[in-house]
Design a protein around this ligand. Structure first.
Ligand code: AMP
Length: 395
């Protein structure tokens, strides 16, 4: 095989590890896979090499064991890591606080800082750290780089990043808008600039996956984003509320006797589309609507209403709009949501071409009419490639 350069990208979650061996120059994945159910009685590993899928169902005791088994799979079914020319390992980290505005080379100080930021992302940073620690142990001879979900939003204007909260409390407890999904928003907005051949665009990116977020980007710099202190704020998501009156927490605590942990669970895991319709996957929501389910119809209505509201707000924040882009699982695949998100926004200069919107494709594409003042696009996101390229840019 070729002696090309590759980056092993690792996304370590609380009980899972996703990985991809990326060729950052070609922009392709040489291999990818997923370790699931770490610590449970039976684990699951799925390894893909050249379209060939290998599965294992052995117990995976911890993250170290998981990564060790993945390295074995690379050796058994390929691609051979010794020949793959790994120049770096890129780790996704959710919360970089105010400390990281870009990727960072991992050393003990960086590890300690990520650990210190864990209270701001208690579900994510500790899990990300486990991946970094076992990665450094098992692959000690290559540089490890961390890429933060929050980094793209570090430069947000203070007016957009500051909550109207008592300043002392906010300062002491680091309460501000950090955003999330930044790697995706940065990658997609850069793709759009390249496609349209302009670096002065006023853009809105709608990252609509199971988690969902919007960003406003001017000339390649983020000026606002919908996720806040945590990824709970903003758009309606698969299982999260997005924006909700904070007093709902007091109301439920006082009147339903709910604890903080119960409200946390309710808002993060049992709300959003799931709470409204019983399903967090939009494909199922559409199926229910076809069957005449009124709750599902309302759920989709709430979802697209929130999207239109953010598009209008961000157009106002930027004083105009040149490009609006849909990405991630829903954004890339769901023509009904895309149409709903811009319905009635002709006054902003947004005119969708129904045929282009309905066409299915895996390629970046324009879905607005030729005469539309705002270019509307679908651009598949690729966070692994973005992480690999950011890691390379540091070396
Ligand atoms: P992601 O988090 O980017 O992987 O997106 C996952 C979500 O994308 C799922 O929960 C679905 O709601 C949505 N999705 C995936 N494929 C489709 C599709 N063909 N049509 C509509 N929604 C889809």
């Amino acid at each position: 095989m070729s002696a090309s350069r590759t980056v092993l990208v690792i996304n370590s979650g609380s009980s899972s590890i996703k990985y991809q061996l990326v060729d950052p120059d070609a922009g392709t994945a040489r291999a990818s896979g997923l370790v699931e159910r770490i610590g449970e009685s039976a684990g699951h590993i799925e390894h893909r090499n050249d379209g060939e899928v290998t599965e294992r169902h052995d117990r995976v005791t911890d993250h170290g064991d998981g990564l060790r088994q993945v390295l074995e799979l690379f050796q058994e079914v390929g691609p051979d890591l010794a020949e793959a020319g790994i120049v770096a390992v890129g780790h996704r980290v959710v919360q970089g606080g105010r400390q990281f505005a870009g990727p960072a080379l991992v050393d003990d100080d960086v590890v300690a800082t990520i650990e210190r930021l864990s209270p701001l992302a208690p579900l994510h940073n500790p899990a990300n750290l486990r991946g970094i620690q076992v990665g450094r142990t098992l692959l000690p001879d290559v540089p490890h780089v961390v890429v933060f979900d929050t980094a793209f939003f570090q430069g947000l204007p203070e007016d957009a990043a500051t909550y109207a909260l008592d300043r002392e409390v906010a300062e002491k407890y680091s309460v501000r808008r950090y955003g999330a999904h930044g790697t995706s928003h940065q990658y997609v907005s850069a793709q759009v600039s390249e496609m349209l051949g302009r670096d002065d665009l006023r853009q809105i990116v709608l990252h609509l996956g199971n988690g969902a977020s919007a960003s406003a980007v001017v000339g390649g710099r983020a000026v606002d984003t919908s996720m806040g202190l945590t990824p709970l704020e903003g758009l309606v998501m698969g299982t999260r509320t997005g924006d909700i009156d904070p007093a709902t927490v007091f109301h439920l605590a006082r009147n339903a006797g709910m604890s903080i942990d119960e409200v946390d669970d309710l808002f993060n895991k049992r709300s959003g589309l799931k709470g409204l319709t019983g399903e967090n996957d939009l494909r199922q929501v559409h199926r229910l609507i076809e069957e005449g389910d009124a709750a599902a119809k309302l759920g989709l209505g709430v979802y697209t209403h929130r999207l239109r509201k953010y598009v209008g707000a961000y157009a106002a924040v930027m004083g105009g709009l040149d490009a609006l882009t849909f990405t991630a699982g829903v954004g890339e695949n769901d023509a009904v949501v895309r149409a709903g998100a811009v319905a009635g926004l002709g006054f902003l200069g947004i005119e969708l071409d129904p045929e282009k919107n309905a066409a299915r494709s895996k390629e970046p594409r324009v879905i607005s009419t030729d005469g539309s003042r705002v270019t509307v696009l679908v651009v598949p996101t690729n966070e692994e490639l973005a992480i690999a390229r950011q890691a390379m840019s540091l070396l």
